[in-house]
Design a protein around this ligand. Structure first.
Ligand code: 6SG
Length: 271
């Protein structure tokens, strides 16, 4: 039997509706309306003979980028920021928790996890690999191999900080939050020092041009600031860095978009 998701994938690759930036689908017969409530009113609803109800956003996507993920910022926030800031459009395939736990998608994912990222016929998993791919594609990987090595090192440092945050959010929020906030400055200080050594913090995290790791660092810093609004106060360079990043026109309009604002930060409602 053709599953719900397989039907969606067929449709998404099909001729008629190819190329829209956002797709969200619901089973017509499913009485749950939760997913539907989050869809902006500008979306168009289309009934399909397959029994699916599909909604399309009104913007065409010409790039072939498709992000398949849950309805959260989570591990896709940085790649979405990168794409928006680089003037790219992309398509979102939103996977509901029910679909993930009962459908076949998980078994098709290389590591049994999302996000999945498609760039035409290239299919990638692992959020940092996706960021690196976009870094190479849009020249966001420094000017030479030495820069690339340092950017990789910084990416791993951001990943360590992100994992601490993710572990707190998903496994120990109530009991661990106070201690996490207490230890946070020791992590942030590392990045403050990196900025200090790079043009006294007036530029990006490495060199004088933006790299893919800037989007990841910026995303984690925004999350940490949500968790503890005063966490950047003792770090003037990081505070200035966040201000500069969020004033970039492409990022500013992304951060002000309904798609960004309405998407929960994490999958369990904690932030
Ligand atoms: C979770 O961990 O959203 N992928 C997640 N979870 C589902 O079955 N190293 C890679 C990478 O960088 C990590 C991938 C990441 O790409 S992201 C995944 O696939 C699984 O493992 C965090 C996130 N969580 C929300 C979520 C939806 C369904 C399962 C997790 C909410 C939480 C638990 C149920 C509902 Fe839930």
């Amino acid at each position: 039997m053709v599953s719900f998701l397989q039907k969606l994938q067929t449709l998404q690759c099909g001729q008629k509706r190819k190329g829209w930036t956002h797709i969200q689908c619901i089973k017509q017969a499913n009485p749950r309306t939760k997913d539907v409530d989050n869809i902006p009113s500008t979306w168009r609803a289309v009934s399909h003979p397959s029994g699916l109800k599909l909604r399309y956003a009104g913007k065409k996507c010409l790039t072939g980028f498709i992000i398949t993920y849950f309805n959260v910022r989570g591990r896709c926030a940085a790649m979405r920021m990168l794409l928006a800031d680089q003037g790219q459009t992309w398509k979102e395939v939103v996977v509901s928790m029910d679909e993930w736990s009962s459908g076949p998608l998980k078994s098709t994912c290389v590591f049994g996890q999302l996000p999945k990222f498609e760039d035409g016929d290239l299919v990638l998993y692992q959020s940092n690999a996706i960021l690196r791919h976009l870094g190479r594609k849009f020249s966001l990987y420094g000017k030479d191999h030495r820069d690339a090595a340092i950017i990789d090192m910084l990416c791993d440092g951001v990943e360590d900080m992100r994992m601490k945050y993710v572990t707190l959010i998903y496994t120990n929020y109530e009991n661990g939050k106070a201690n996490f906030i207490k230890e946070l400055p020791s992590w942030l200080r590392c990045f403050e020092k990196v900025l200090e050594k790079n043009g006294k913090g007036s530029e990006f995290i490495h060199g004088n041009q933006i790299s893919f790791v800037d989007y990841s660092l910026f995303d984690v810093l925004l999350n940490l600031r949500l968790l503890d609004p005063s966490c950047l106060k003792e770090f003037p360079l990081l505070s200035g860095y966040v201000e500069r990043m969020q004033s970039r026109p492409g990022l500013k309009s992304h951060l002000e978009s309904k798609e960004f604002l309405q998407r929960p930060v994490n999958g369990n409602g904690k932030q």
